[in-house]
Design a protein around this ligand. Structure first.
Ligand code: ASP
Length: 350
């Protein structure tokens, strides 16, 4: 090997790139230009601790999937996040049912669980579905039994706080039934705050090899019909990773996402050369174009709900966008971990 080639190859190896047999120095250089100089982790706005954790693990040499799962586990464990894992808002019966999916770019493998009860880290179970079964998605009782088989402990995921918010919802549902509403209190306000609010965490990462992974985990729609499954555990809807292109995930009204397979679409837009942010915007536009039912439209003929997308490509460029303005997302890169404003398709009506 010529000295110059050796130096080039050493520099590439130092940047975390393997020396690929049969690829000459120039090709290696071209390859290096397509890969991030520093890992990048992005998440929904509730994931600042998640992106920090995932980044420190990737820097320590962890696989991107292990890193993003460890990141979202912090939010799944947090009783104060009422939209994910332990302390997530329950279904209409007062039972917490969780959905999660994971996808690993290098192997293009995926796993998911839906409507799983009593297990606070569904993302860990989703990874085991990926690794220890020949399936992609296991739901309900089967998912719980699968988790039990792998030693997960069952616990009640309803906290006192979420039980009281649910009770408020239940008591105020119908003025003609036998449940009599209690006095106005802090839970009345929380109910108003969370009645229509969606919440979930999506977290995606790319390392300096250009390897990508992602995870989405949620308690889904508050007070949902038992057994309702949203977009989060559906590969292509709430999460999609293509190791040649990028990773994308979503939060917001899952039904809109399920009808448009949006995370797959974001990745396909990136494959066509769009920036991650533009890919997210175009996907919001697709939802707006395909929303035709009167009950889902506002006075301007626009969707009366919001969906948000988060995307990172193989080069480490990232972006996020929502149908409606407002809110932020989290990113960790060479500049550290922070919130950034989310781009949007429409301004809110005045
Ligand atoms: N997308 C989730 C679902 O529909 C909810 C959310 O993101 O808030 O289940």
């Amino acid at each position: 090997m010529k000295r110059r080639d050796f130096i080039k190859k050493s520099a590439l190896a130092g940047a975390g790139l393997s020396i690929l047999p049969g690829i000459d120095g120039l090709q290696q250089e071209a390859l290096a230009a397509t890969r991030p100089k520093h890992p990048v982790v992005i998440s929904s706005g509730n994931g600042l601790e998640a992106v920090k954790k995932a980044m420190s693990m990737i820097k320590g040499g962890s696989d991107t999937l292990d890193a993003v799962i460890a990141g979202v586990n912090i939010v799944e464990d947090d009783p104060d996040d009422l939209t994910v894992g332990y302390g997530g808002l329950p279904n209409e019966d007062g039972v917490v049912e969780l959905d999660s999916s994971v996808m690993h770019g290098p192997t293009h493998n995926a796993g998911a669980v839906a409507s799983i009860r009593n297990i606070k880290n569904p993302s860990k179970v989703a990874k085991l579905v990926m690794e220890r079964t020949d399936h992609v998605l296991i739901v309900g009782e089967g998912a719980l039994r699968f988790a039990r088989a792998h030693g997960f402990k069952e616990e009640d995921l309803l906290t006192d706080k979420t039980r009281k918010i649910w009770l408020k919802w239940k008591e105020n549902l119908n003025s003609k039934d036998d449940w009599l509403p209690g006095p106005e209190d802090e839970y009345s306000q929380l109910l108003e705050q969370y009645r229509e609010v969606y919440g979930t965490i999506n977290c995606c990462a790319v390392d300096t090899n250009g390897d990508l992974s992602g995870v989405t985990t949620t308690s889904g729609l508050s007070f949902k019909i038992p057994g309702r499954v949203g977009d989060s555990p559906i590969i292509g809807a709430g999460l999609f990773v293509d190791n040649e292109v990028g990773a994308a995930g979503s939060t917001g009204r899952g039904e809109a996402n399920l009808k448009n397979l949006c995370s797959f679409l974001v990745v396909e837009f990136m494959r066509m050369g769009k920036s991650p942010e533009e890919a997210c915007i175009q996907t919001c536009q697709r939802i707006a174009d395909n929303t035709k039912m009167a009950m889902l439209l506002d006075d301007n003929g626009r969707p009366n709900f919001n969906v948000k997308f988060y995307a990172v490509n193989k080069k480490g460029q990232f972006g996020a966008a929502a149908i409606y303005e407002g809110g932020n997302f989290c990113v960790a890169d060479a500049k550290g971990a922070r919130h950034e404003d989310i781009a949007y398709l429409f301004k809110r009506k005045k």
